[in-house]
Design a protein around this ligand. Structure first.
Ligand code: NAI
Length: 446
């Protein structure tokens, strides 16, 4: 779905007019294409801890143009602020003000990334205050950046090195065009499991992935992205979507499975199809979802039940089958599509909010159950994404929803797919039970 306004004000006369009238000025975001460099321009690594030194050395090894101090007037591709050893809020001022002075030199579509430790595990109130302070400063900074630049953070568990695989995996994701529409967000890395791919352009080579609701919209984009990244994809959708489903399955050289995911045997049918047709099952993406909006005062049991049945009850039942299967034990991945409606709420969506909040609760509670066999489960919560669903919104509501985020535009289905592909990869092996918002840092609500 096109956002013609963004194209119009990105250059030339349209850009000048929008500037003069004080209209929103979204830019065309840098989105990943295979073969793209991770980031263009020098990367400033700020911080004086051992963790900062180690990270700078690793980035040099990747062939990046690393700086430990900014040079005057030099355009920077990214600024990485390593704050892994802060002990008190007083420790924040010096490094934070130092990067503040470099922000004017951040290139369009540049990146600011903090690397710090999880506040909940802090050994004292002062350490917790310093760590939680990074949360507030990063989210505020993300709202100050312009021209498609984003700010995101990586949170490390207590003893984790800044160079452990999933920290580097998350860093690559945030630096690259794969995270174009992720802004003002944190990813927590809990363990040092996981590994970086041999070929960064094919991180899912050899994996077999199932995507539900793949006949159109975000699901079709997920199928395409997982295929591009090297996976063999099983596309699942309801029988009524058969033609579209077959077209997507053919396009990604995979197989189609016509299945209503709310059937009681859906989990077993998914496992059987993947194993019989492709010999294994590594990744399940729970994307299929429906809306049946009504104010609660007007809600009928049918609308309530159908949304709960498709959006969360089916995922719970399929996961039960997956967790009980011997075919889903080799460091498998589950990624669920939630929604910012399940976090911040949305008028007319009590049923949908309950279902998507349910997805988040399910993900957090299932994560420990998958740990013993190296499995992970995470959720991605999209904000306003340009799909058939959002194209049907009334114009004024659509335009408002589309612009009310730090990037002043809606996301593309591919943006959600990129986050899912990352969480499904070996590089994200240390990340589990997390919810990553792909919402351009929505300004309303949480
Ligand atoms: P869509 O309506 O375009 O596609 C959903 C797909 O799921 C359809 O192909 C449909 O046939 C399939 N599906 C529905 N019920 C099914 C069932 N019982 N069994 C198998 N397949 C079924 O929706 P869209 O926009 O692509 O959304 C995909 C996911 O992203 C959903 O979970 C939605 O809640 C979520 N989402 C979308 C946002 C947006 O802005 N479009 C924002 C936040 C979340």
């Amino acid at each position: 779905m096109a956002d013609k306004y963004t194209q119009l004000v990105s250059h030339g006369l349209g850009k000048d007019v929008a500037k003069r009238l004080g209209l929103p000025q979204p830019v065309v975001l840098r989105r990943y294409q295979p073969g793209d460099p991770l980031i263009t321009g020098p990367v400033l690594v700020n911080g004086d801890s051992v963790g900062a030194d180690d990270l700078a050395t690793t980035l040099l090894g990747w062939g990046l143009d690393v700086r430990r101090n900014a040079l005057p007037k030099e355009k920077l591709g990214a600024i990485i602020l390593v704050l892994d050893s802060v002990q008190h809020p007083d420790d924040l001022g010096k490094p934070v003000l130092a990067i503040g002075a470099s922000l004017r030199d951040l290139a369009p579509n540049g990146r600011v990334i903090t690397v710090s430790r999880a506040p909940r595990q802090a050994p004292s109130p002062a350490v917790a205050a310093a760590r939680q302070g990074i949360d507030g400063l990063l989210r505020s900074l993300a709202k100050e950046l312009r021209s498609g630049a984003t700010a995101n953070g990586i949170l490390l568990s207590e003893d984790l090195a800044t160079t452990s695989p999933s920290v580097l995996g998350a860093l690559r994701f945030f630096l690259s065009g794969r995270s174009a529409y992720v802004d003002g967000q944190f990813l927590t890395v809990g363990t040092d499991s996981g590994s970086l791919p041999a070929d960064p352009d094919r991180p899912l080579a050899g994996k077999v992935a199932v995507v539900t609701g793949a006949a159109r919209g975000i699901g079709a984009a997920i199928a395409r992205t997982l295929h591009r990244d090297g996976a063999t994809v099983v596309s699942v959708d309801i029988p009524a979507a058969g033609d579209h489903l077959a077209a997507v399955a053919n396009e990604v050289h995979g197989t189609a499975l016509q299945l209503d995911i709310s059937r009681s045997d859906a989990g077993q049918r998914i496992i059987d199809h993947a194993v019989e047709r492709h010999g294994r099952l590594d990744i399940v993406v729970h994307n299929a979802g429906i809306t049946r909006d009504r104010l609660l005062a007007n809600m009928d049991p049918g609308r309530w039940q159908s949304v709960i049945a498709v959006n969360i009850a089916s995922q719970l039942r399929i996961n039960e089958a997956l967790l009980g299967s011997p075919h889903f034990k080799d460091a498998p991945r589950i990624v669920s599509v939630a929604s910012t409606s399940g976090i911040a709420g949305n008028r007319g969506q009590t049923n949908y909010g309950a279902s998507k909040g349910g997805v988040i609760g399910m993900v957090r509670s299932t994560a420990p159950l998958m740990e013993s066999f190296g499995g992970t489960i995470n959720a991605v919560a999209p904000g306003f994404i340009e799909t058939e669903m959002t194209a049907r919104m009334p114009l004024a509501i659509r335009e408002t929803a589309r612009r009310l985020n730090s990037l002043k535009q809606g996301g593309q289905p591919g943006d959600v797919a990129e986050a899912i592909a990352f969480l499904a990869s070996d590089a994200a092996g240390g990340i589990s039970g997390e919810v990553l918002r792909v919402c351009g840092q929505q300004l309303v609500g949480a």
